[in-house]
Ligand binder design. Structure first.
Ligand code: IMP
Length: 431
C-alpha cells in the first residue's frame, strides 16, 4: 500500500490541487506543504461551502489529518494567523493538528514593499508576481540573512536582527526604487503575531515525518503553484522563487526522496497561466474567452484573470519527466463541454525547425508556434459525471490521447468543484 504521495501542479499553477488533495486526504493522516507561501490559493468546495487556503495544507478540513508546514515554505505571520482565525470561526480545531517548522523563512513587510517596487520599476517587463513578497523573502533566505520563525521566540534578538535587515532593505527601497521606507513597527508587529500565535505550533518537521513514517501513516505532500513556475525548471525569469517540482519535497521538508511512493501531476484539460511569460498555446479569441468564462478563470489569490489556451502535451511531457510522475489527474474537463473541436499541442515549430522538447530559453519558447492535432468535441455536459463509462466517447478519446501523448496513465478525472464530482480510475493508495 502506498504511504507517501506527492500531489503537484504540472502546468502553471491553478490546476485544482486543493480539491484533489482534499479528496485524497480522506485516506491520509498527514498533509504537508513544502514550498511557496501565501502566493498560493487552494480553493475547496465542501457541501457548497467555499474555503480558500493559502498557507495551510488543504487537509486541515479533515479532523483526522495532521498538517505540517515545512521549512521550504515562506510564512507571512499575519496572513497565516488570519487564515487560522478563519478556520477557528468555522469551528475547525487546529491545535495539535498544525505544526510548523521553526526554520521556515518569514515574509515581512519589507519583502512586500520590495516585490511591489521591483515590479513597478520593471514596467512592461514585470513578472506579474502576486505582490506578496515571496521572491524577496526567498532572496533573503538564499542570501543567508533571513529571519526565520524560530527567531521570533527571543523578542530582543528578533528586534536586533530586524533593525539590521530593515536598514539594508530600506536603503534599496529609498535609494534604488525611490519608494517609501518600511517602518520598524510594522516588522515588529509581525514578530509579535508570530510569537503570540504561531510559536506554540513550532515543531521539528523532519523528525515528526520520521515518526509518522515509522507509525505507517499515509502522507500527502501538497505542492503549490506548478511545474512550469519552478525556479530551476520553469520559464525563467517568469517563475516563482521556489522549487515547485517533486524534488522540492525532499529539500522543503526534510523527507528523503527514497521515501516517496508516488507522484501525481494535476493538469487541467486545457492550460491557464496568470502573470507574464511565454504560453505557446494561449488563445486570444472567442474560444479562449469561452474557456475563461466557463472555467471561472480568475486567480484565487489576486483575482486576476487567467490567460487560457489549449492543452500542451509538450509542456506536460516535460512535467512528467521532471517530476517522475506516476500519473495524471485531469481537472475541469466539463469546461470544454460546449466546444465543437478541441486542440492539443503535440510539438512546436521554431524558425522552420520542429521541436519535441520544451526549449529552456524563454525567448525561444516565446516564439515557438504550437503544432496542433484536432479532436472532435463532445458538446454535451460532463459536469458531475462519476463513472468513466458515462463519459461521451469523444471525451474518453480526448483523455486517452492526453495520457498517450504524455506517456503516463490517468488516475482521476475531475468533472466539478465538489469532492464527489470525480471519476476514479486508479487508486493511488492501493498500488
Ligand atoms: P510570485 O510567486 O508572487 O513571486 O509570482 C511569480 C509568478 O508565479 C507570477 O507569474 C505569478 O502569477 C505566479 N504564481 C504565483 N503563485 C501562483 C499560484 O498559486 N497560481 C498560479 N500562479 C502563481
Amino acid at each position: 500500500m502506498t504511504k507517501s504521495i506527492v500531489i503537484l501542479g504540472s502546468q502553471w499553477g491553478d490546476e485544482g490541487k486543493g480539491k484533489l488533495v482534499d479528496l485524497l486526504t480522506d485516506k491520509a493522516q498527514v498533509a504537508v506543504r513544502f514550498q511557496g507561501g501565501h502566493n498560493a490559493g487552494h480553493t475547496l468546495v465542501i457541501n457548497g461551502e467555499k474555503t480558500v487556503l493559502h498557507l495551510i495544507p488543504s487537509g486541515i478540513l479533515h479532523s483526522h489529518v495532521t498538517c505540517l508546514i515545512g521549512q521550504g515554505v515562506v510564512i507571512s505571520p499575519s496572513h497565516l494567523w488570519a487564515e487560522i482565525e478563519k478556520l477557528i470561526q468555522k469551528g475547525i480545531d487546529f491545535k495539535n493538528r498544525l505544526k510548523i517548522s521553526g526554520a521556515a523563512t518569514l515574509v515581512l513587510p519589507y519583502h512586500v514593499a520590495l516585490d511591489q517596487a521591483r515590479e513597478k520599476a520593471k514596467g512592461s517587463k514585470a513578472v506579474g508576481t502576486t505582490g506578496r513578497g515571496i521572491g524577496p523573502a526567498y532572496e533573503d533566505k538564499i542570501g543567508r540573512r533571513a529571519l526565520r520563525l524560530c527567531d521570533v521566540l527571543d523578542a530582543a534578538r528578533f528586534e536586533e536582527k530586524a533593525k539590521e535587515l530593515l536598514h539594508f532593505h530600506n536603503f534599496v527601497l529609498q535609494n534604488y526604487f525611490s519608494a517609501e521606507p518600511v517602518s520598524l513597527a510594522s516588522v515588529l508587529e509581525e514578530g509579535r503575531i508570530a510569537r503570540e500565535h504561531l510559536a506554540e505550533l513550532i515543531d521539528d518537521v523532519p523528525a515528526r515525518l520520521k515518526q509518522y513514517r515509522q507509525e505507517n501513516k499515509t502522507m500527502i505532500f501538497e505542492g503549490a503553484q506548478g511545474t512550469l513556475l519552478d525556479i530551476d525548471q520553469g520559464s525563467y525569469p517568469y517563475v516563482t522563487s521556489s522549487n515547485t517540482t517533486a524534488g522540492g519535497v525532499a529539500s522543503g521538508c526534510g523527507y528523503g526522496p527514497r521515501y516517496l511512493d508516488a507522484v501525481l501531476g494535476i493538469t487541467k484539460a486545457y492550460c491557464t497561466r496568470v502573470g507574464a511569460g511565454p504560453f505557446p498555446t494561449e488563445l486570444h479569441d472567442e474560444v479562449g474567452k469561452n474557456i475563461a468564462t466557463r472555467g471561472n478563470e480568475f486567480g484565487s489569490t489576486t483575482g486576476r484573470p487567467r490567460r487560457c489556451g489549449w492543452f500542451d502535451a509538450v509542456a506536460l511531457r516535460r512535467a512528467v519527466m521532471i517530476n517522475s510522475l506516476s500519473g495524471l489527474v485531469v481537472t475541469k474537463l466539463d469546461v470544454l463541454d460546449s466546444l465543437e473541436e478541441i486542440k492539443i499541442a503535440t510539438g512546436y515549430e521554431y524558425q522552420g525547425q520542429q521541436l519535441s522538447e520544451l526549449p529552456v530559453d524563454t525567448d525561444i519558447l516565446a516564439e515557438a508556434k504550437p503544432v496542433y492535432e484536432t479532436w472532435p468535441g463532445w458538446q454535451c455536459t460532463t459536469e458531475g459525471i462519476r463513472n468513466w463509462s458515462d463519459l461521451p466517447k469523444a471525451a474518453q478519446n480526448y483523455l486517452n490521447r492526453m495520457a498517450e501523448l504524455c506517456e503516463v496513465p490517468i488516475y482521476m478525472v475531475s468533472t466539478g468543484a465538489e469532492r464527489k464530482d470525480t471519476i476514479i480510475l486508479r487508486d493511488v493508495f492501493e498500488e
